[in-house]
Design a protein around this ligand. Structure first.
Ligand code: PGA
Length: 251
């Protein structure tokens, strides 16, 4: 049985005081929901506050990115050890907004994933095709290639701390959601690639999330699919009641 994981990605939203208020409001709404793991990936400056507010609850805190070096002359960057000490257990790497606006490539995404895993973090690795790729009928090729490049050099034993989030770029923040069938198909493609790279066991145990305009209305249908083991949620993770409804759908 693989774990269902519902993760929020706040992106560049919420100050530390807003983060504290959010966590306090969310806690009672998700108390006792043991059917899935619940993660909030928050801006760097919110991590310590969110982690403190989440103490003793079922909420886990994550970051939205990490640098691949342990320390050094990388102005503006943050390392895994900094994130861990601040209270982040998880970290997102490879989000399409990082790839699109900040020049990240499969190579740097792979470096970030490896650095975070070797520091002991849990990684949510995002990948997914652009609209042009879907329209050209090459979703399978793109998603397979990204899976292979992004996982290069990651050991099978580390996959227990890795989640892949399938996030078709055309569905992120657009209100356009992949149909449950499209999400299931793409997550299934990723799972088959993981089986070919590692083993059937690794593939069957890997949590693969769907992300892209998942919300309190469409979550249940998406999560009901065989290959969809959770969600990475942007917009709908900014409202406690909406996020809690998605958690309830997964639970
Ligand atoms: P969205 O974002 O739910 O607002 O589409 C998802 C994501 O970017 O992870």
């Amino acid at each position: 049985m693989r774990k269902t994981v519902i993760a929020g990605n706040w992106k560049m939203n919420m100050t530390p005081s807003a983060a504290r208020a959010f966590v306090e409001e969310l806690k009672p709404l998700v108390a006792g929901k043991n059917g899935c793991d619940i993660v909030l990936c928050v801006p760097y400056v919110d991590i310590a506050t969110a982690a403190e507010a989440a103490k003793g609850s079922c909420l886990h805190i994550g970051a939205e990115n990490v640098h691949y070096e342990a320390s050094g002359a990388y102005t503006g960057e943050v390392s895994s050890s900094m994130l861990l000490e601040a209270g982040a257990e998880y970290v997102i790497v490879g989000h399409s907004e990082r790839r699109q606006y900040f020049g990240e490539t499969d190579h740097t995404v792979n470096l970030r994933a490896k650095a975070a895993l070797s520091a002991g973090m849990k990684v949510i690795l995002c990948l997914g095709e652009l609209l042009e790729a879907r329209q050209a009928g090459i979703t399978e090729e793109i998603v397979s290639m990204q899976t292979k490049l992004d996982l290069a050099g990651i050991a099978e034993e580390d996959l227990s701390r890795l989640i892949i989030a399938y996030e078709p770029v055309w569905a992120i923040g657009t209100g356009l959601t992949a149909t449950p069938e499209q999400a299931d198909e793409a997550c299934g493609i990723i799972r088959r690639v993981v089986a070919s790279l590692y083993s059937e066991k690794a593939a069957s145990e890997l949590t693969i999330q769907y992300g892209g305009s998942m919300n309190e209305k469409n979550a249940a249908e998406l999560l009901a699919k065989e290959n969809v083991d959770g969600g990475l949620i942007g917009g709908a993770s900014l409202v406690p009641a909406k996020f809690a409804t998605i958690v309830a759908a997964a639970d």
